[in-house]
Design a protein around this ligand. Structure first.
Ligand code: HXC
Length: 272
């Protein structure tokens, strides 16, 4: 390809968006204890929001909540819950309302993943990922919707790109994320008239995350910068920046969409 290689810099949303963009807003995040969803939470908090992060591992989410509060000057609370259990999600929402009095934004990010062929996967293994990703998203929508309607708020679902092709060892995740995409579209259409938006962020390979370290050889991915038109593997801040944009009023006319954030990786033809 012509021209010298250009590597797109990693930027921080606070250098682009107003610091008080989400002042007095509240974000509810499943899977916010680590990785992509933690970074998304921090970015929204950096613009003035308070947060609830929900996860199964109390130690991890408690520490993350403390670190996010210290880093942003906002308040983040940790609530232990398994998204497979509707009552636990409902209780987490009730604690959020008791603490902050409102709920504006929801990030549905809790997900399970491991490598297994269809032939080598038990029924329970398949069901487990469907229950965490798909049912967990449904439970989270159901529990939060009355409050998101009241605030005319917005949803972001963290999906993937792997289900657009037949990705081996990922039948469970592919089926689960395809269902998440569908849920988001229906939510957008049903709730648009109530002032609620719903979109999907579909990350490509993101360096340093549990997903990529588990599913790919990260060193090889990082070395192989030619696989990314922007010159590098994705960074968690790329996903966080997309979340800030989608929650902002700048995205007021965007709903029911799937936003791939992959540096163009998915469009690269094999011979390039
Ligand atoms: C085959 C497996 C397995 C594995 C679990 N199971 N791990 N089968 N290979 N590696 C099976 C178990 O044997 C069991 O079936 C069933 O799944 C449930 O497992 P449990 O451990 O009992 O369940 P649980 O404690 O609820 O934990 C399940 C899990 C966890 C949440 C899926 O195993 C896991 O993977 N955690 C990591 C979460 C993670 O990586 N999140 C990031 C997602 S990133 P049997 O039949 O034995 O009872 C992402 C983005 C994708 O999704 C895009 C990447 C590019």
């Amino acid at each position: 390809m012509p021209g010298p290689p250009f590597i797109t810099p990693v930027v921080d949303s606070t250098s682009i968006f107003l610091p008080n963009l989400f002042r007095n807003r509240v974000v509810f995040v499943t899977g916010g204890g680590s990785g992509i969803c933690r970074e998304m939470t921090e970015a929204v908090m950096c613009h003035g929001a308070n947060a609830t992060i929900v996860g199964r591992k109390l130690d991890r989410i408690t520490q993350t909540a403390r670190e996010l509060s210290e880093a942003t000057g906002q308040t983040c609370i940790a609530v232990q819950a398994d998204v497979r259990q509707p009552k636990q999600v409902q209780d987490a929402v009730a604690k959020t309302i008791a603490k902050f009095g409102r709920l504006d934004f929801v990030i549905c990010g809790a997900a399970g993943n491991f490598l297994a062929t269809i032939d080598g996967m038990s029924e329970n293994a398949f069901r487990t990922v469907m229950e965490i990703d798909t049912l967990g998203t449904f439970h989270t929508i159901k529990a939060t919707l009355p409050h998101v309607r009241a605030s005319k708020g917005s949803y972001i679902h963290v999906s993937a790109l792997l289900h657009y092709k037949g990705t081996p060892y990922q039948a469970h995740v592919s089926a689960a994320k395809a269902a998440v995409d569908a849920l988001s579209r229906v939510l957008a259409v049903e709730e648009g008239p109530m002032g609620v938006r719903s979109n999907v962020i579909a990350p490509g390979p993101i360096g340093g995350t549990e997903g990529i370290s588990r599913l790919a050889n990260q060193t090889q991915s990082e070395r192989n910068s030619s696989a990314y038109p922007i010159g590098r593997i994705g960074h968690v801040k790329d996903i966080a920046n997309a979340a800030v944009f989608l929650f902002s009023e700048a995205a007021a006319n965007i709903t029911g969409q799937i936003l791939p954030v992959d540096g163009g990786h998915g469009h690269m033809a094999a011979f390039q």
